[in-house]
Design a protein around this ligand. Structure first.
Ligand code: ZN
Length: 674
């Protein structure tokens, strides 16, 4: 299992807050509700694209937006029905809009839009409605059966019986992805990737299909829902004529248009393969597509559109639908080019055992990009770095593409300027100063190293099952990539390569990382809960492990002052050594497929934390009134055509707000909605 998606929130939460460029008129903040801030991003450079490139982006954007319903349905089988019902109530409501019930429904709907379903996009917990069931029932009845997304022959009462339970009963579908130890992860997860099957049945089904001697295995289960029908276990494949056909047909319609204005033959070929994959559902074709895509490093325009990351599946197999369209930021890509040009040096000099190193690091291609549209699992919450494809053998044989989304990180930074976060949590003005000075570049470098080198580094020993680390696979993979980045951030090589101007630069990232891993990221967890999300676990493993192992040398210290807890780093170079030691161990675990050791590390260092400190952090954090999670609305692209319908230009507009965008998408891009 390989996950190469950096979660945006935590890295970005503290990323570029100190960017000092002059205040622009552009309004980055769009909406604020619950624990969410909705921002907007700019697409600098879009105007400079050629007309043909703009047209290509436009078609790919349309293909991206057509998949929104797929993800809603993957995330839970009642999500689309609930979204539609809530939207109908919201837009037809004629009562008191300042009432507690209506306000509660509005907030809930905004959350459902943001999470692409009824579970929090990060904690995976079901949302608690702040409106009454009687209010909801009355509104539903008022709408009447012709306005509701009823199943064939279903009455309003029967519909309500199900939907009420799903929305209001906390015991029903309580968690979208359950990672808790010792229970059936399939039965206890509320996602819609499986139906009527147990974890054992799923594992047996796929184990039977897998050939241990196959060196180029397809990504089993990536594009299907596994169900039991009449006692028989079968895959419902996402394809034209199969599951989600109506949406996939639309996606393919726009992909065909894009194919017609592709930048070059290579791109034409992989768009063609993607269309073939969507048409047949054949995972071998998906691999063919992925290879062609990974090998295209020449085009300016690029995109992802498909079933990609499998965080939404407790067993890490089925890909959540996502799309992102982008073009290369040529100026900033010089930085990542230097890193990828030196990939072999980094591999050779890492503290990892020689047996686990790649003799030849292949095709680590890295670039900085400008996102043009975010969709599916990238929207509204979005990654800031992506490294694909996920299939291990393709990465090894054909390389992978790693990208940093700089217009997104920049928007995070602009929206967060002056929020007082570091002043509250950093140990002293010295650390604040350090981060002001260097964090922006150090943070970008962390992302670059994590994505273009970290995930691509190391190798499995012959015969080791890539899924051997099972439910801890994503956490340990992120741990590995982060450690690789952390270790090299402190290497004089970065100064030598001209990427860092000062040998002190890495300290800004070290401080932020340790403070975040041990303390501030915990502000996103509710009291009484454990750390569950893979990236958060990874950061806690790294920092907690370094804290404990460095105790005898006092490398990291907790300091209490005026009733507040701070972390202090006393020895940065010893801390680097600790990161190196843990990197070597995690790589060993991965290379040998040592499930037991991996599990032990996660459980010992990644899950639990001090509850008293947690309470204190929550108190301090709430005073700052910062939204722990952020996401984006997209710009609106409009095609300007001449009298015969030919596109003359694509106009871009940033003024759309969150509610309008969501309602428009539900109206114009909802092929699966009744
Ligand atoms: Zn990653």
């Amino acid at each position: 299992m390989n996950k190469f998606l950096i979660s945006a929130t935590a890295l970005a939460m503290a990323s570029t807050s100190f960017m000092t460029s002059a205040k622009e008129k552009f309004n980055y903040n769009v909406d604020r509700f619950a624990d969410i801030a909705v921002l907007r991003y700019q697409v600098p450079g879009f105007e400079d694209l050629s007309l043909r490139q703009k047209e290509l982006v436009y078609y790919l954007n349309e293909a991206a937006l057509q998949g929104r319903d797929i993800l809603f349905d993957q995330n839970g089988k009642y999500n689309l029905a609930i979204r539609t019902t809530l939207e109908k109530i919201y837009t037809n409501f004629s009562g008191d809009k300042s009432s507690k019930d209506f306000k509660g429904l509005e907030k809930y709907l905004k959350l459902v839009w943001f999470a692409n379903g009824i579970h929090h996009h990060y904690s995976m917990d079901k949302f608690t409605p702040e409106f009454s069931q009687s209010f909801f029932d009355a509104q539903v009845k008022k709408l009447g059966k012709h306005s509701l997304p009823l199943e064939k022959g279903q009455s309003v009462e029967e519909f309500l019986k199900i939907i009420d339970d799903v929305i209001f009963n906390p015991a029903v579908m309580s968690k979208r992805v359950n990672q808790a130890d010792g229970v059936d992860l399939i039965l206890t997860s509320a996602n819609n990737l499986y139906d009527g099957v147990t974890q054992k049945e799923v594992e047996d089904y796929y184990n039977k299909l897998k050939d241990p001697n196959d060196n180029t295995p397809i990504s089993y289960g990536l594009n299907s829902r596994l169900v039991k029908e009449n006692g028989v276990i079968a895959e419902q494949v996402y394809r034209i004529g199969g599951l989600y056909s109506a949406a996939i047909e639309k996606i393919v319609y726009w992909l065909k248009k894009a194919e017609g204005v592709a930048e070059n033959d290579n791109m034409k070929a992989y768009i063609g393969k993607l269309i073939e994959f969507y048409t047949t559902g054949d995972l071998k074709t998906f691999d063919d597509y992925s290879i062609l895509w990974a090998e295209d490093t020449k085009s300016d325009i690029d995109f992802i559109n498909g079933f990609i990351e499998s965080y939404g599946d407790p067993l890490g197999m089925t890909g959540a639908w996502e799309s992102m369209v982008n073009f290369k930021n040529k100026k900033s890509s010089i930085r990542t080019q230097i890193i990828s040009d030196n990939a072999q040096w980094f591999e050779d000099n890492s503290p990892v055992d020689a047996r686990f190193k790649k003799d030849k690091v292949k095709g680590v291609s890295a670039k900085v990009i400008t996102a043009a549209i975010l969709a599916g699992d990238c929207y509204p919450a979005t990654p800031i770095g992506i490294n694909l494809p996920n299939a291990n053998w393709i990465r090894a044989a054909h390389g992978s593409k790693s990208v940093t989304l700089e217009n997104i990180t920049s928007a995070y930074g602009k929206a967060e300027e002056g929020n007082g976060f570091y002043e509250e949590f950093a140990y002293s003005p010295k650390e604040v100063e350090l981060m002001k000075k260097y964090l922006s570049i150090a943070d970008n470098l962390h992302t670059d190293l994590h994505e273009c080198l970290g995930h691509g580094s190391g190798k499995l020993l012959p015969g080791v099952d890539p899924d051997a680390l099972k439910e801890h696979g994503s956490t340990l993979e992120e741990t590995r990539a982060d450690l690789f980045a952390l270790y090299y951030l402190a290497d004089p090589k970065l100064v030598e390569l001209g990427i860092f101007s000062s040998p002190e630069t890495y300290k800004a990232e070290y401080y932020k990382y340790v403070m975040n891993g041990l303390m501030t990221q915990l502000t996103r967890i509710e009291p009484g809960k454990d750390i569950e999300e893979a990236h958060m676990r990874n950061r806690h493993i790294i920092t907690q492990w370094a804290y404990e192992k460095g105790k005898k040398d006092n490398v990291i210290e907790f300091v209490k002052r005026d009733g507040k807890t701070f972390v202090k780093i006393n020895d940065y170079s010893k801390l680097r050594n600790l990161f190196g030691q843990l990197l070597a161990e995690i790589q060993r675990i991965k290379s040998e497929g040592d499930y037991e050791s991996g599990k032990k590390l996660v459980e010992q260092y990644g899950v639990k934390f001090d509850s008293d400190m947690h309470k204190e952090l929550l108190r301090r954090y709430s005073k700052l009134n910062i939204a722990p999670y952020k996401g984006f609305v997209n710009p609106v692209y409009t095609a300007i055509t001449d009298n015969s319908g030919n596109i003359k230009d694509i106009k871009i507009d940033y003024s759309e707000n969150y509610v309008d965008q969501m309602l428009r998408y539900s109206k114009d891009y909802s092929p699966l909605t009744k």
